[in-house]
Design a protein around this ligand. Structure first.
Ligand code: SF4
Ligand code: SF4
Length: 367
C-alpha cells in the first residue's frame, strides 16, 4: 500500500510548491456554491467547472472507483521583466507568461507514474474543467481560501496553479484539517480590484472581472474598457496587492517568456499567426477576432493617435470583415481622437447595429 508521504515527496521533488492528499468523496458544499453563483448570475457565461457542476464536484464521475486525489500547487510567481519602452505594450498576466500548465502537468505526471507503476489507475487533471481544483486543495489542507477567492498556500501565496492526480489506489493518509484563515483582517484584494469584482470576501462577480471579460464572447462591455488598461490577457491586480505574495522572494522570469506584447504587432498578425502565437490562451470559439477585439480596447487605452502606424492599423481594422472588430476599432479611433478615420466606414457598416452603437456611445478621449 502506498503512503501519502511517498507521493508528496515525489511531487515536491518534481518541483511542486505544495502537495496534499484527500479522499475522492463529492465536494457537496462546492456544488451548492457553484449552483448558487450560477443562479445569481455571478458566473456570467463562464464555463469551466460551471459547465457541469455535477461532474466537476464528483471525482467518481471521472473515475468510477476513485479513492483519492493527490493535489499539487505549481508556483508561477515571477519577477516581471521590464516593460519595453519604445512602443505601446500590453501586459500578459503572470500565470500565462509562460506555459506553467505544462510544468504543472509534468510534475503531476511523475506522481501518476508512481501510482500506475504500483498497478493502479491514475489520471492527471489540470485545467480540464473536470474538477474543482481549489476545493480539492482546500480539503487536502495545502491552502486557505483567500478573500480574493484564490487558494493561498502558506509561505508561497496565491500565485499557484492547481492540479490533481485522481487514483483508485488505496493510499494511507490522515485527513487534513482545514487551514486557518490567513487573511484575517486584510481586505486589500477587495479594494485593489479595479472593477470592484470581488463583491464580498471570497466571491468574484465574473461579469465585472477583467480576466473573465477578456475571455468572454460578444462585445467587450463599454463600462470596463478604460478600466482594462493595458491588460491583454488575465489580470494580476488582486494578487499583486496580496501581502503573502509581496513578502516572498520571486523567482526570476524564465528566458523567452512573453510578459509583454506589442499591441501594434499583434494587430498586424494574420488569423493563423494570431492563433499560432496566442493559441495557449483561452480564445472564445478559437476566433482570432476576439484577440483583435481585446487588442483594440487596449490600443484605445495606451496607443498614440498621432502615430502613423497606429492610424494605418486602425484604418485596416475599420475595414475588417468582422463587424465586431470594426465596432471596437471605432471605439479605439474615437478614444485616440482619430474621428477623421471614421469617414472610411461604408453605408452597410454604418447600418450595422454593433457599429452604430459604438458611434452613438460617449467616449472619453485618451489624454
Ligand atoms: S482578476 Fe482583476 S478584475 Fe478579476 S477580481 Fe482580480 S483584480 Fe478584479
Ligand atoms: S489581499 Fe489580503 S484578504 Fe485578499 S487574499 Fe490576500 S491576504 Fe487575503
Amino acid at each position: 500500500m502506498l503512503g501519502a508521504a511517498e507521493l508528496i515527496d515525489v511531487g515536491r521533488a518534481a518541483g511542486l510548491a505544495a502537495v496534499g492528499v484527500t479522499h475522492a468523496e463529492p465536494f457537496e458544499n462546492t456544488f451548492a456554491d457553484l449552483e448558487q453563483r450560477k443562479t445569481q448570475g455571478l458566473s456570467a457565461q463562464m464555463q469551466f467547472t460551471y459547465r457541469n457542476p455535477v461532474r466537476s464536484t464528483n471525482p467518481r464521475l471521472t473515475m468510477v472507483d476513485a479513492t483519492a486525489l493527490v493535489v499539487g500547487a505549481h508556483d508561477y510567481q515571477r519577477e516581471l521583466p521590464a516593460r519595453p519602452v519604445d512602443e505601446p505594450t500590453a501586459r500578459i498576466a503572470t500565470y500565462s507568461s509562460e506555459d506553467h500548465y505544462a510544468s504543472l502537468r509534468e510534475a503531476l505526471k511523475q506522481i501518476a507514474v508512481v501510482l500506475q507503476g504500483a498497478g493502479h489507475k491514475a489520471v492527471v487533471l489540470a485545467d480540464e474543467n473536470n474538477l474543482v481544483d481549489r476545493a480539492v486543495a482546500h480539503r487536502a489542507g495545502i491552502g486557505w481560501w483567500g478573500k480574493s477567492s484564490n487558494i493561498l498556500v502558506p509561505g508561497v501565496g496565491s500565485m499557484v496553479l492547481l492540479g490533481s492526480v485522481l487514483t483508485n489506489a488505496p493510499i494511507t493518509f490522515e485527513e487534513a484539517e482545514p487551514l486557518a484563515d490567513g487573511c484575517k483582517t486584510c481586505n486589500k484584494c477587495l479594494h485593489g480590484c479595479p472593477t470592484g469584482a470581488i463583491i464580498e470576501p471570497g466571491t468574484v462577480d465574473a461579469n465585472k472581472c477583467l480576466a473573465w471579460l477578456l475571455q468572454a464572447s460578444g462585445v467587450f462591455p463599454a463600462q470596463y474598457r478604460e478600466l482594462l488598461g493595458d491588460r491583454i490577457y488575465g489580470c494580476d491586480d488582486c494578487q499583486d496587492v496580496c501581502p503573502p505574495n509581496q513578502i516572498r522572494r520571486k523567482k526570476p522570469a524564465a528566458s523567452g517568456e512573453a510578459a509583454w506584447v506589442s499591441i501594434l504587432d499583434m494587430l498586424e498578425l494574420s488569423d493563423e499567426a494570431l492563433l499560432q502565437r496566442f493559441g495557449r490562451w483561452y480564445v472564445p470559439h478559437r476566433d482570432p477576432n476576439y484577440l483583435r477585439r481585446n487588442a483594440l480596447v487596449v490600443l484605445g487605452n495606451i496607443g498614440r493617435g498621432e502615430d502613423q502606424r497606429t492610424a494605418k492599423i486602425l484604418t485596416e481594422m475599420l475595414a475588417h470583415q468582422s463587424t465586431l472588430v470594426v465596432a471596437h476599432a471605432v471605439w479605439a479611433a474615437r478614444r485616440l481622437n482619430r474621428n477623421d478615420l471614421l469617414g472610411s466606414l461604408t453605408r452597410s457598416q454604418l447600418e450595422d447595429s454593433l457599429v452604430s452603437a459604438e458611434l452613438e456611445r460617449p467616449v472619453k478621449v485618451l489624454e
